[in-house]
Design a protein around this ligand. Sequence first.
Ligand code: 6GU
Length: 228
Amino acid sequence: MNIHIISVVPELLESPFNHSILKRAKERGLLNVVVHNLRKWSINKHNQIDDYQYGGGAGMVIMCEPLVNAIEELQKDTKFDEIIYVTPDGETYNQQITNQLSLKDNILIICGHYKGIDQRIRDHYVTKEISIGDYVLSGGELAAAILVDSIGRLIPGVLNDETSALTDSFQDNLLAPPVYTRPAEFKGWKVPDILLTGDPKKVEDWRYEQSLERTKTRRPDLLDDDGI
Ligand code: 6GU
């Protein structure tokens, strides 16, 4: 999968993909992340990429010309399956969207800054608008990093134990059950006996019950979705 990102602060995206699981995905040739500095397409010698908004008001808006030039230049080499704008007024991101995006070959993510990007780019180029939650970040870069991380780990061959993504929180609209490792007793706190029985059926049932219980108490809204 190829993920291109257009940003005015590309420095924010230097490190997140170079460690751990995403690093491995890149080394295995399963994920290619390319970050582009929007200023490369700035419209004058002042490196301008934004301007005041029509109608007045504080905050700058990223202009059509540099961003459209950037998008169209990248489109010459790549047919993007999705052009995503990360923005607090987008659709709220969740695991279902992640799953869908992990099946794509080429994704372009546009990061806004200041007041955002000119609406005409959203109208004519963007195919999907995503928010990572009901709070405001100073720019889209951290949201883009979250998209790349959550999508990248689902690409087949990225996780060592392929089944482990299936048992993540949210994959069945359920939160993940608690996990334990050695020792079986620490400061008098014991690991639940069932996990020590070696009986896979019992363990599976217990995990399912725990998942359900956790979801009921912490995120009942997830259960309402499909009426488990
Ligand atoms: Cl995608 N961008 C910004 N700037 N703030 C956000 C967001 C995105 N999602 C939630 N808050």
